[in-house]
Design a protein around this ligand. Structure first.
Ligand code: ZN
Length: 311
């Protein structure tokens, strides 16, 4: 307090005062606000593995509301059928969207185009054709536990064109480095519009390990105007999120990627979001509202509710 008062009313008495003042003026050193994405359900977890997993449209929407109140702006959404199995059923997706828009109209919805629910190209593109603000887009193939996550060059170009035609912003899911190059290639061909937004998925068995060194390498490998978030799998989730908070990136947490808190107790989507908000608070990083997240990601305001006409 004394230093502040002197700074405003009197000339600097010593160099310490000067330093304090100059730090307070370094606005460019302040990191942009943190976008917290919640990956609510995914394809793999079951209620048996974690009872708080949201599966039905109603459960998903209620979890979105709670996580939005805790500080999450963006929601990565998968659909499940009545038996909890991954589904690309159009009616289930529509029902989930209607529930979310009713309960939390302000949040950003990102629908999944993942392959576990089906391999048909048009089925996988359907969530993008519903015109959400964002869709996930994996620009390469890799091994995941028990399966090959298959995205052929032909399918990738097909799906990129759907993103291009619809104006839905893709979140490029990167499981290994080549997937960055594939996305940049599609941008150079004019199929994907920049700035690109990447999600580094690290620590899944079969793909890049979840080290801070790998995260740093990936952040240095994307175009200068790109934005990025990190999804650490399992026990890597909170440590990599913490690294992203410090590095100026964004964070994805949620039961799709991780079922436990760092102490090993069962997590819920809300407690994972709360953990990130607490860490970001300790580190002085402010949390982005959905509106601020739209600005950071370059999402056009006119696209916010296009999906309502489709569902
Ligand atoms: Zn997903």
């Amino acid at each position: 307090m004394n230093v502040m008062r002197r700074a405003h009313n009197k000339p600097f008495k010593n160099s310490i005062d000067c330093l304090v003042i100059s730090y307070k003026n370094e606005k460019e050193d302040i990191l942009e606000k943190l976008i917290i994405t919640t990956a609510l359900t995914g394809n793999v977890p079951t209620k048996k593995m974690n009872p708080s997993l949201p599966v039905t449209p109603d459960e998903i929407a209620r979890d979105v509301r709670r996580c939005a109140d805790a500080g999450s702006a963006l929601f990565h959404v998968h659909a499940r059928d009545a038996e909890e199995k991954p589904s690309l059923d159009a009616e289930i997706f529509k029902d989930i969207v209607r529930h979310i828009k009713k309960t939390a109209p302000e949040v950003i919805i990102q629908l999944s185009t993942g392959a576990r629910a089906g391999k048909d190209w048009e089925d996988r593109a359907f969530p993008v054709r519903l015109l959400p603000e964002m869709g996930s887009f994996t620009t390469g193939s890799n091994n995941l536990p028990g399966i090959i996550y298959e995205n052929s060059p032909q399918f990738i170009e097909f799906l990129a064109k759907v993103f291009g035609e619809t104006g839905v912003k893709p979140e490029i899911e990167v499981f290994e480095t080549g997937m960055i190059n594939n996305a940049v290639f599609l941008q150079k061909k004019g199929i994907l519009q920049g700035p690109l937004h990447f999600d580094f998925v690290l620590g899944a068995p079969g793909s890049m390990p979840g080290s801070v060194k790998n995260l740093l390498f990936l952040t240095e490998s994307i175009p200068a105007d790109a934005t990025w978030t990190v999804a650490g799998i399992g026990r890597h989730e909170i440590p990599l999120a913490t690294a992203a908070i410090l590095l100026g990136g964004h964070v994805r947490v949620g039961l799709e990627d991780n079922l436990t808190l760092p102490d090993g107790s069962p997590a819920s989507n809300v407690t994972l979001v709360e953990t990130i908000v607490r860490i970001a608070g300790e580190l002085g990083r402010e949390i982005a509202t959905p509106e601020e997240a739209r600005e950071i990601l370059g999402l056009p305001a006119e696209n916010k509710d296009r999906i309502l006409k489709m569902v």
